[in-house]
Design a protein around this ligand. Structure first.
Ligand code: MGP
Length: 260
C-alpha cells in the first residue's frame, strides 16, 4: 500500500465510532484544491488521471460531481413544532471526496432517533412540496418494515443520486432522495420534478411534442432504476405519488398514482 506522508492537515478520522462535529470535517482543505477532472468531464486530461495520491500530504484532490448537493436533516419534534422549524440545512458539497468526508462523520441512518429524516437534494432545492422546483413533482417511495433495510440501502440510493445513475441524461427529473426513520419502518423516497402530467402549454417540453404518456414513461424508468438500487424483488413495488396531493392532504401518504 502507498505510504501517506504524515505532515499536513489530518483528515477527520473515519474509524472513530463517535460522530464528530461537521465543522471539523476537511471538506474544504486550506490551500489550492486540485480538480481531479482537470476541467475534463471524464476524469482524464492530457491522458493523465489525477488521484488522491498525487498530493497525499495535503489530501486536496477533488473528483467533481455533476451537481452540487445539500444534505438536510429533520430533527424529531419535541412537543408541537412546525415542519419548517424541524428541517435543518446541514452541509453542501460538490465532490466525491467531500461526500465521503461527510458520510463517514455523520450519524448513520440506523442510529438516528425515530421521526428523523435525512434529505439529500440538489443545491438550491428545499426538500419540501412547496419549493417552486418541487411543487409540480412527485415521489417514488418504498417502505421497509423494521430490519428490512440497513445503512447500505440508504448509501446506495445516495450514491445513485450523486452519481447521476437514476435517470437518463437530459431527463432533469431527480431533485433528491430522502430517508424517513419511523418506529415501525424506514421509508426511502426519490423526488422528481414532474408527476406525469401533460407539459404546460408553451413550455419547451410541449414544443418538443412531449405528451403525458412520455412523461409517465420517463418517470417509470426512473422508478425501475430506483427499485434496482433498493434491491427489491420483482414481486415488490415502489409507488409514485404527486406532491400536490400530499400538500392537499397534509400527509406524505397520498394515494399512489402509479407503481412499478
Ligand atoms: P412525513 O415525514 O413525510 O411522513 O410527513 P410520515 O412521518 O409518514 O407522516 P404522515 O403525516 O405523512 O403520515 C410528516 C409530516 O411532516 C406531514 O404530515 C406534514 O405535516 C409534514 N411535512 C412533510 N413534508 C415532506 C412536508 C413538506 O414538504 N411541506 C410541509 N409543509 N410539510 C411537510
Amino acid at each position: 500500500m502507498a505510504e501517506v506522508a504524515s505532515n499536513g492537515p489530518t483528515p477527520a478520522s473515519t474509524t472513530s465510532s463517535e460522530p464528530v462535529p461537521l465543522d471539523t470535517i476537511p471538506v474544504s482543505p486550506d490551500g489550492a484544491v486540485t480538480d481531479a477532472t482537470n476541467g475534463a468531464t471524464n476524469g482524464h486530461s492530457d491522458g493523465k488521471i489525477v488521484t488522491v495520491f498525487d498530493d497525499p500530504a495535503n489530501f486536496n484532490v477533488k473528483h467533481a460531481l455533476q451537481n452540487t448537493w445539500t444534505l438536510w436533516f429533520t430533527k424529531p419534534p419535541s412537543g408541537k413544532q412546525d415542519w419548517s422549524e424541524l428541517l435543518k440545512e446541514v452541509i453542501t458539497f460538490d465532490s466525491v471526496e467531500e461526500f465521503w468526508g461527510i458520510y463517514n462523520n455523520i450519524t448513520p441512518a440506523s442510529e438516528l432517533a425515530q421521526k428523523s429524516d435525512y434529505h439529500l437534494f440538489k443545491s438550491g432545492v428545499r426538500p419540501e412540496w412547496e419549493d417552486p422546483q418541487n411543487k409540480h413533482g412527485g415521489r417514488w417511495s418504498c417502505t421497509f418494515k423494521s430490519g428490512k433495510a440497513n445503512d447500505s440501502t440508504w448509501l446506495d440510493v445516495m450514491l445513485a443520486a450523486i452519481g447521476e445513475t437514476l435517470e437518463d441524461e437530459g431527463d432533469n427529473e431527480v431533485m433528491g432522495v430522502v430517508i424517513n426513520i419511523r418506529r415501525a419502518f424506514w421509508r426511502v423516497g426519490l423526488w422528481t420534478r414532474t408527476a406525469g402530467q401533460a407539459p404546460k402549454k408553451g413550455s419547451a417540453a410541449a414544443e418538443e411534442g412531449q405528451d403525458k404518456e412520455l412523461g409517465k414513461k420517463r418517470l417509470e424508468k426512473i422508478g425501475k432504476n430506483f427499485k434496482n438500487y433498493l434491491q427489491l424483488p420483482e414481486t415488490e413495488q415502489v409507488e409514485f405519488s404527486g406532491h400536490a396531493d400530499s400538500a392537499h392532504s397534509g400527509s406524505s401518504r397520498a394515494k399512489a398514482k402509479f407503481a412499478v
